[in-house]
Design a protein around this ligand. Sequence first.
Ligand SMILES: [Zn+2]
Length: 543
Amino acid sequence: MNTLARVVFLLLLAPSSAFAARVERLIDNWQPQHYLVNITLNDQLSEITAASVRINLTIVKATRQIEVEFGELTVDRVILNGSPASYLRRDGKLHVDLPQAVGPGESMVLQVEYHGKPKDGLILTKDKDGNPAAVGDNWPNRVHHWIPVIDHPSAKATVTFNITASANQEVVGNGKLDHVETTASGQRTWTFSEGAPIPPYCMIIAVGQFAKVEPVEGAVTPLSYYVPLSERDLAQKGFSPAGPVVEFFTNTIAPYPYEKLGLIVGATRFGGMENSSAIVFTSNLFNRAAAPSIGMSRRFGVPSNNISLIAHEIAHQWFGDSVTESTWSDLWLSEGFATYFAALFVQRFEGEDAFRVSMNAAALAVLAYEKKKLVPIFDRDTENLMELLNANNYQKGAWVLHMLRSQLGDDAFFRGVKDYYSSHKHSTASSEDLRAALEKASGKDLRTFFARWVYDTGHPQYELAYYWLGSRELRIVLTQRQAGNVFTDPVPVTITTASGKRDIVLKPTGKLFIERVPLRQKPTGVEVDPQNVLLDETTVKGN
Ligand SMILES: [Zn+2]
């Protein structure tokens, strides 16, 4: 997701303690395979009048009870394998008793019937025209307020929605629209099926009076825009980067992973939310001013920051949605990839200068963040998941990928990323899985790199001093001033003399590193990291 529009919101959140490792609700004794979600909404879209969710599940570990997370809606009935089941409601969960102990590999069907007005997750609101709307907005673990689930990204499953609403409403959900049927009472039931397992935070519906707009130019996957009726004429241009984005990522990573792509303007607390095949963008998307530093895109005629936002959410379809972080500590595999691949789209379509501007802005965001909080990207402690929407997971994650790309070379980097993607497609991945794929592609040992950049804190603060020792030698002293361990990344340096430029690469082995460079002329300048391939702060002193 993208938090551009929500800085203030994040600042208001209270800090959480960081004393103990966070406990995550991982797959324990059962695993969901498929959710069949039947929801009927009232005409005003202010309430779920009736719902039933059928979970096809597999037992992973011998158990006598199944625990499913569920919010505060009224439960009417719980049915297990076709028979009414006894259950207890406690700590935000339904604890369902099994008639006898069951062992690994057994399949069961758990059905929960309920109704009411969800406290969160399914946002019952009005669109900007004042028309009622019901839009899912689940990140990070708010889907259980309207669908009983294991509310953790690793608990991926396929999903079918049967959504019944009044006949004047349009419905979008994950996956393919199978059919729309008119009920005896004159409502319509919309059936959407997502055939690939998706993380629960990506399971959504959007119901409202949308104008549905198709792009003028064909896209590599079925693409539609759902916008408030008053914005019908803005959709075509406003979403014009989307088709080229899908095509660019298809060529750079792999084919688009889902049946269709819907881009919805509606209710989300984020700038955009990457729900699989049904992305929701903030309702002011088409009214946002261009960020002064990057202005308008000449190619697409929209604010350049909207290109980054649209590309970011679409990149998530591959990274985050299809290849999902296996724990919240691995969130950078979702947000860092989405940030960097959006920047790669900018590099390709908006040019090298725009790419540099975006990577520089990302670096500044990391430096500012690290002044406030010095924790690893791989953060096992932060309790409040909303606090993980930070510069570590987004901008520093993007920089880690940028540094890997420059250190491994484009060929090995993109081969490794494609291999990582195809090995974990429609499944989950860890930071170690990414390391393994990039090591395989490059033949390089990346343990030191990952240990320093992903599992440790901070960035290098280089101080380079150079001394010309008269007609023969330039002595370079590279000191690392950051607290904590040494960074051993190669440091490109350009030495300028009256006869031209010379590029060398320092390979520091300690926080104090000395290199002797044969040099016949006195240097007129020494520049560290001229191509901006390191996330660093540097000062240079010469004699
Ligand atoms: Zn994101």
